[in-house]
Write a new protein. Structure first.
Length: 103
């Protein structure tokens, strides 16, 4: 019952739908991806994680792009496992490096 929330697209609900969305980028090359955690709060069977993310991606036929922003994840404890209930990504910048001139 997780939900992926990103600006500009409708909420993506359910693990299967999120998996399908993440797999809908054929040929994408993730050159670099990182997260930095700022704060983690645990309240009984619920936890919140705040931080920043950075991605350098290359889609076929498109220039390389860099994306960075903030995120917050709401985790819940279900039996003996922690599961992501909500994942919010808030892009701060999207930088597309200039394409070198053709020679």
């Amino acid at each position: 019952d997780g939900v992926l929330l990103e600006p500009g697209i409708p909420p993506i609900r359910s693990a299967d739908s999120i998996r399908m969305f993440m797999g809908s980028f054929p040929g994408v090359v993730v050159e670099s991806a990182s997260v930095a955690l700022d704060t983690v709060e645990v309240h009984e069977s619920s936890a919140y994680v705040w931080g920043t993310y950075f991605e350098r991606l290359h889609f076929p036929g498109q220039p390389r792009s860099e994306q960075r922003g903030r995120f917050v994840m709401h985790w819940v404890r279900v039996s003996d496992a922690w599961r992501i209930l909500r994942y919010y990504r808030i892009p701060v910048t999207t930088v597309v490096p200039p394409t070198p001139p053709r020679r």
